[in-house]
Design a protein around this ligand. Sequence first.
Ligand SMILES: Cc1ncc(COP(=O)(O)O)c(C=O)c1O
Length: 415
Amino acid sequence: MPGWASIWKGTAPVSTPFEPGAPAGQGFIPLCVPEVRGHEWAYIKECLDTGWVSSVGKYVTRFEEQIATRLGAGQAVAFTSGTAALHVALMLAEVGPDDEVVLPSLTFIAPAFAVRYLGAWPVLADVDPRHWQMDVEQVRGFLTEGCRRQGGQVINQATGRRVKALLPVDLMGHPADMDPFMELAGEFGLTVVEDATESLGALYKGRPAGRLGHTGVLSFNGNKVITTGGGGMLVTDNPALANRARYLSTQAKDDPLEYVHNTVGFNYRLSNIQAAMGCAQLESLNDYVAAKRRIQQTYREGLAGVPGLGFMEQAPWAGSACWMSPILVDPAAYGQDSRSLLKALHGQGIQTRPLWQPLHQSPALAGSFSLGCPVSERLYQQGLCLPCSVGLTPSDQELVIGAIAAGQGGGSQAA
Ligand SMILES: Cc1ncc(COP(=O)(O)O)c(C=O)c1O
């Protein structure tokens, strides 16, 4: 059995039959592995040849500029990870101990951890059943009825804690409905950090995901649409915030010669080698998003007639990047549940993966405030992400579709 977690992160160890790029027919179709087909080798070699391997170098600047240009944003600041960028984005929003930040319960846990790094608490909202994004109406209800205003602050009446920020996540590459969140933020004096770590290349009403909040955060983790091996980016139109982010992410050096530091900083800066890879990957972003969209569309068409399977709907506001291709498995209508299908597919060399345990159920986040998240719970029970690597071949995808179709009714081929 391979390290599933490492494959999910796109960092499968070598010398296993499951390594990324293992050709079709060799017994394994991974969930999501990186695609390296451009100038990655050349750009990284240049870093090695010139000695510019660390966190200063032309590729760091170039990568930041290219991301800012791509998103039409004023500034982009490169980080070692999306989680690190979220941490600093929340610091810039002045989130502090015992504050609260509203985010969806159905997400990878990293944004909630970033909240906890600051001693603050998540308020966990449900997602809407059609598009799986943070439920605007529930958040509105919480702010208007569950909170009181006090001296210009918004206080959660249940916990007595101050609500400081909204942190919508563009889940699965599909943008959240950001305009209403920005309106609510304006009305209640909150900051919006857009977690666009899964949605580089997506559009919201024609505008790029990642620049829809006051700040936005991207990830270049191994399983993301493009990767730097590990990395993140903080995006903002505000030069003062960008300068502060650079300062905090480079150990808060006030006098680099004399090593004077007036505040606590972090070693969060992306290396030139990683940024070089990012520049090369970015050149392929349009192709990769097109491939992801094609893969998802093929699943939708190929599985449309299978009873008991459902899909995330694309909202009218969204041009999804289709980072993941999830399905929902209704056990009564399909004949087996999502986890038994997962095992059956695994037996056929097809890697799938459930959605994340809803965060209001996570022991790591005990003490957080939940708004009630039944939709997240159902999607977690029924959801399965299907293989969606950019390099997934049509014949491999046909195999996946065939295996899922055969599994209907608890089918013998899939069992
Ligand atoms: C929604 C979400 N937020 C944050 C992160 C964290 O990004 P990173 O892995 O680059 O720290 C991820 C993915 O890893 C994610 O899926």
